[in-house]
Write a protein that binds this ligand. Structure first.
Ligand SMILES: [Zn+2]
Length: 222
């Protein structure tokens, strides 16, 4: 997870839909704004441009109209994550609140060997952090048999993304590459570290945990 700033004010159509007997919170302005705010990434697994998207209620509305049409309660998630979260995780860190520090209260690790699975380490011991860790591990490693297959597919994409990122890191530090080439590799590395990229939190932790990488790229972690 990484921080996303939710644009304000709420889209106009939300208030209009709320006033109707059978209004739809997924009105056009909401979809356009929310997609843009979340950089078209699932806020939970950080997979970009998911094919199956849900406009999720961060706190389940359970028929409560205020929660159902509250702009701050609407999030962009993929079907895989939304289906795992449901009403099972209601006390998690909020990635649209800057001081929840979703990127640094948890450590995001994926080392295919020897792990094969994603490991999320809590760096702060609070109920919200622990429940966020549990949700993320369920999303990346699976729950039911079907979800475990979906999670393995997700980790394959995560692995591809990390391999691509590491390729550019290696090229950047190679002595034989020209200054022009290094500038190109730096653009690619910055793209990977941008919050709008796939699986940003994992790539940022690769940088944070390595002294040389941190010295070189920490200014691109904001
Ligand atoms: Zn997801």
């Amino acid at each position: 997870m990484v921080y996303f700033e939710k644009s304000q004010p709420a889209p106009n159509c939300l208030e209009l839909e709320k006033a109707k007997a059978n209004g739809d919170y997924k009105c056009l302005n909401v979809l356009e704004k929310i997609k843009d705010d979340f950089k078209n990434k699932c806020y939970i697994c950080e997979y970009k441009e998911p094919i199956a998207i849900n406009v999720e209620h961060f706190l389940p509305h359970e028929g409560n109209k205020e929660l159902k049409f509250n702009w701050d309660n609407l999030f962009w998630s993929c079907a895989h994550c939304n289906n795992i979260k449901l009403a099972n995780y209601t006390n998690i860190l909020n990635c649209t609140v800057a001081n929840h520090f979703v990127g640094i209260k948890l450590k995001y690790l994926f080392k295919p060997f020897p792990y094969e699975k994603v490991v999320i380490e809590e760096l702060v011991n609070t109920p919200e952090v622990i429940q966020t860790k549990q949700l993320l591990e369920a999303v990346y490693n699976g729950t039911t048999k079907l979800k475990t297959i979906e999670a393995a597919n997700l980790r394959n994409r995560l692995l591809d993304e990390i391999k691509d990122f590491q390729h550019y890191l290696c090229e950047y530090f190679k002595d034989t590459n020209s200054v022009e080439d290094k500038e190109y590799f730096l653009i690619k590395i910055r793209g990977h570290l941008n919050r709008g990229s796939n699986f940003t939190a994992f790539k940022r932790w690769i940088v944070i945990e390595n002294e040389t990488l941190y010295k070189t790229f920490s200014m691109h972690l904001d």
